[in-house]
Design a protein around this ligand. Structure first.
Ligand SMILES: [Zn+2]
Length: 273
């Protein structure tokens, strides 16, 4: 696998890009308190299509009716159980995505990746690997624009990404994260009208801070951890080497605090009620 990975990285390095996204570093300005409730588990449907080796399998990351068209900041696990969801945005990305996947695998942690369509187009193999390794997937738009969009543009941002996600990996998702956490530029409205859950976060690693040392990311996450938390991190949109450095300590620190890692669909399911 290591050889494959490095070959892959070289290939993707060549294709990689003048694509520069601005990562989600804007804090949610307005907290909508959300109640979480039961989620039917991400339903796994075995592919009927044996002719298409490109698809690993058909997976649907769905949310229950109560969450459809709603904004979610955190889960509310029953008995305040210490579960937490790592969310990783803006990939798939050369080098860092593979490194993050390896760390997650070594620690038996499943995370939730929010893909940018443009990045997915450039790194389909990384996307397939994420799905194959059991992580949950959400839609993070095609261009990662922050600007105000008319409805047709916003729709295209979401649907183009969803289409490529399905064509590349067989995944359908009801998880949407707006770039920058911006809820009023037209994207979230379209996502809600299409019954996505708009998944925000309850705490951030602040790993888009260009000046902070990686230890600061570790400290941020460990300091703010709460049961049902949704943690914001990034594997793409820039140089994420410091996130890679921070991740093992984030995982071990949270484990020491007694946390168990879940995906966002699992978190909502375990939020019961
Ligand atoms: Zn982002």
């Amino acid at each position: 696998m290591t050889n494959n990975h490095s070959k892959r990285q070289k290939i993707f390095g060549v294709v990689a890009i003048a694509f520069s996204v601005t990562a989600c570093s804007i804090a949610p300005s307005k907290k909508e308190q959300l109640t979480t409730s039961k989620l039917h588990a991400a339903q796994t449907q075995q592919s009927q299509d044996t002719q298409s080796p490109a698809k690993l399998e058909n997976l649907t990351f769905s949310v229950p009716a109560k969450y459809q068209g709603k904004t979610v900041y955190k889960g509310q696990p029953s008995n305040n159980e210490k579960v937490i969801a790592l969310t990783i945005d803006d990939g798939p990305w050369q080098n860092t995505t593979v490194q993050i996947l390896d760390i997650l695998k070594e620690n038996n942690v499943k995370a939730t990746f929010f893909w940018v369509g443009q990045a997915l187009q450039q790194h389909p193999e990384l996307a397939k690997q994420e799905v194959a390794e059991g992580h949950a997937i959400g839609n993070h738009t095609w261009h990662h624009w922050y600007k105000r969009m008319d409805e047709a543009t916003a729709k295209s941002e979401i649907e183009r990404t969803a289409d490529l996600m399905y064509k590349t990996t067989g995944v359908k998702t009801s998880l949407f994260r707006p770039p920058g956490g911006i809820l009023n530029n037209g994207l979230a409205d379209v996502a809600k009208s299409q019954k996505y859950a708009v998944v925000m976060w309850s705490q951030t690693s602040a790993d888009t801070d260009p000046h902070a040392k990686y230890q600061v990311f570790v400290k941020n996450v460990l300091r703010d951890a709460k049961p049902g938390g949704i943690v914001l991190m990034h594997d793409g949109g820039g140089d994420r080497q410091r996130t890679v450095q921070a991740l093992p300590q984030i995982i071990s620190g949270l484990k020491q605090q007694g946390y168990r890692f879940v995906t966002v669909p699992e978190l909502l399911k375990e939020s019961g009620g």
